[in-house]
Design a protein around this ligand. Structure first.
Ligand code: NAG
Ligand code: NAG
Ligand code: NAG
Ligand code: NAG
Ligand code: NAG
Ligand code: NAG
Ligand code: NAG
Ligand code: NAG
Ligand code: NAG
Ligand code: NAG
Ligand code: NAG
Ligand code: NAG
Length: 435
């Protein structure tokens, strides 16, 4: 039965480009090329893995053409393939550990083993391969701490991705030796210790993903020194303290995700909204207080998603938000916001979600109708409109019927809306039950 279920290779099966192998025709040719790279004193493989016999009859190989998936172990002998440039076995069922012999692969530029079943530690000597450019070990079951040898490491590593494993301990402070690092992804692991305060030693970093760990401590202010940083995802950790105003120096920042830390406190620094390159800001599910900065002249031309929901924010909805014309989602729900809902939200032509529920928003003074609805008629993409649990105390304008027919979710319960519901509301055909 197994025969039909597996393309099973005891040693290795390779769909990878190899420096001296030009052929990519079949797995068989790839295996041949790989075998050529291995110093093999008794030539057993050379005699056994021959072109004129089927791949499936080769020593160590079992296969079924059905799944084209591989179960394999990486043999320590892989370290003999010293000329190998790229070693890629992603998306297979490679199990066992990464042999420490991989560090013998002095020409290795790319090590790609993501989406397998690898266990045990990441060999620390891996990081002393000076030609290595990219390592991807994500989606495995690697454990133990991330360790680098101390001293004399020459590294050109630009991308290190070890997300979705069970790596524990800390981000080692000697990660500074990876001076060329541009992408560092350690998300979805079991890192418990603080982010190193000297993290700015990674001065070329562009993407830093450490979300979904139990990382504790505060956000180091030195992060604000990494002027190349574009993506910082640190959501769903146990970060406490304030959002450092120094982050406002990151003039290339596109995405800042700090949601679900629950215990981030203090005000949102003014300087944060001064970063015009922003695309996504997510501070939701924290304990941020004070007003949303209202600094005028702010320019957020690329901002698509702003999530500040589920905090303790107070004061008014700042008007600069209606200038962020690319905004798709605006979530300010579950705060203590007061004042009125801006009547020019219609500027946000791309808006799909407006979540303002569970606040203390009121109607315009001396107005009877809820005028903000008029403007929302210009948001033709709007799908989610939640304004319930506020102090709106007004009536629907007749224009409610002009609201986009794309609306799927309209929540106004306990908004203290009074008067009759205009019959034109029936135009919101998106609310109708779907076939
Ligand atoms: C090996 O990988 C590197 C980095 O992705 C790439 O630049 C190089 O072209 C690859 N070499 C071969 C022989 O495939
Ligand atoms: C396979 O290799 C040949 C050269 O040996 C090259 O022309 C071709 O583009 C390659 N095909 C793929 C899918 O990489
Ligand atoms: C790898 O090389 C070492 C010494 O260079 C040798 O002793 C060993 O047999 C080789 N392994 C294989 C599988 O060829
Ligand atoms: C390769 O080795 C296997 C296992 O020892 C054997 O069954 C097979 O016949 C050999 N193939 C060749 C071509 O020598
Ligand atoms: C396969 O080719 C090799 C030489 O490459 C030869 O020694 C061997 O006898 C051949 N085996 C068969 C089964 O034809
Ligand atoms: C790293 O490699 C360099 C050169 O290849 C060598 O001089 C140095 O001792 C190695 N360092 C460690 C910690 O292995
Ligand atoms: C995470 O790490 C802690 C301590 O380092 C350990 O006690 C715990 O078992 C680990 N959890 C998982 C899921 O690996
Ligand atoms: C990095 O940030 C720290 C803390 O914000 C600051 O004291 C230090 O001067 C900065 N270093 C550089 C080189 O900018
Ligand atoms: C937040 O802080 C409270 C009180 O100090 C603590 O009980 C809770 O576990 C913390 N939450 C997180 C996600 O760290
Ligand atoms: C915003 O940026 C401008 C120039 O880029 C600067 O003059 C101003 O001080 C900044 N404001 C804050 C609050 O950081
Ligand atoms: C939120 O922060 C305030 C101080 O600003 C503190 O008193 C309160 O206990 C915090 N709430 C939670 C749930 O951590
Ligand atoms: C709602 O508005 C009416 C006047 O439009 C006013 O008489 C009434 O007191 C308001 N109710 C609340 C709860 O503010």
């Amino acid at each position: 039965m197994e025969k039909h279920n597996f393309l099973l290779i005891l040693l290795f099966l390779l769909q990878f480009p190899i420096s001296i192998a030009s052929s990519n025709e079949t797995d068989q040719l790839a295996l041949l090329a790989f075998q050529n790279l291995i110093t093999n004193p008794n030539h057993f493989l050379a005699n056994n893995w021959t072109k004129n016999t089927s791949l499936c009859s080769w020593f160590g190989v079992t296969c079924t053409p059905k799944t084209q998936r591989v179960v394999a172990l990486i043999p320590p002998a892989v370290g003999n393939a010293t000329k190998m440039m790229n070693f890629s076995l992603s998306g297979n069922r490679v199990s066992g550990n990464i042999p420490k012999e991989v560090s013998n692969l002095g020409h290795l530029a790319l090590l790609s083993l993501f989406d397998n079943q690898l266990t045990s530690f990441i060999p620390r000597t891996l990081f002393n391969i000076s030609l290595l450019l990219a390592v991807s070990l994500s989606f495995n079951s690697l454990s133990g701490p991330l360790l680098l040898d101390e001293g004399n490491i020459v590294s050109n590593l630009k991308s290190l991705s070890i997300s979705n494993n069970q790596i524990s301990g800390c981000i080692p402070s000697n990660i500074c030796q990876l001076t060329e690092l541009k992408i560092l992804s350690i998300a979805f692991n079991n890192i418990t210790e603080d982010i190193p305060i000297n993290i700015d030693c990674l001065s070329e970093l562009q993407e830093f993903y450490i979300g979904n760990n139990p990382i504790k401590g505060t956000i180091p202010t030195s992060l604000g020194n990494i002027s190349t940083l574009q993506y910082f995802h640190c959501q769903n950790n146990r970060i406490v303290g304030q959002i450092p105003p120094e982050l406002g120096k990151l003039s290339n920042l596109r995405q800042l995700s700090l949601e679900l830390n629950y215990n981030l406190t203090g005000q949102i620094p003014k300087a944060i909204f001064n970063i015009s390159s922003f695309e996504i800001i997510d501070f939701s599910f924290n304990n941020l207080s004070g007003r949303i900065p209202t600094t005028i002249g702010l320019h957020l031309p690329y901002l698509k998603e702003l999530y500040l929901g589920a905090n303790q924010l107070e004061g008014e909805i700042p008007l600069f938000i209606t200038n962020a014309s690319k905004l798709v989602i605006l979530d300010l729900a579950q705060n203590f916001l007061t004042g009125t809902i801006p009547t020019n939200l219609g500027n946000l032509r791309e808006l799909q979600g407006l979540l303002l529920h569970d606040n203390q928003l009121t109607n315009e003074p001396r107005e009877h109708e809820l005028r903000f609805f008029n403007s929302l008629a210009d948001c033709r993409m709007l799908k989610y409109l939640q304004v319930g649990n506020n102090l709106l105390n007004g009536t629907f304008p007749n224009s409610i019927g002009n609201l986009s027919s794309t609306i799927e979710n309209f929540h106004i319960a306990d908004a203290h809306i009074n008067g009759l519901i205009p019959t034109s509301i029936g135009n919101m055909s998106g609310l109708m039950p779907r076939p």
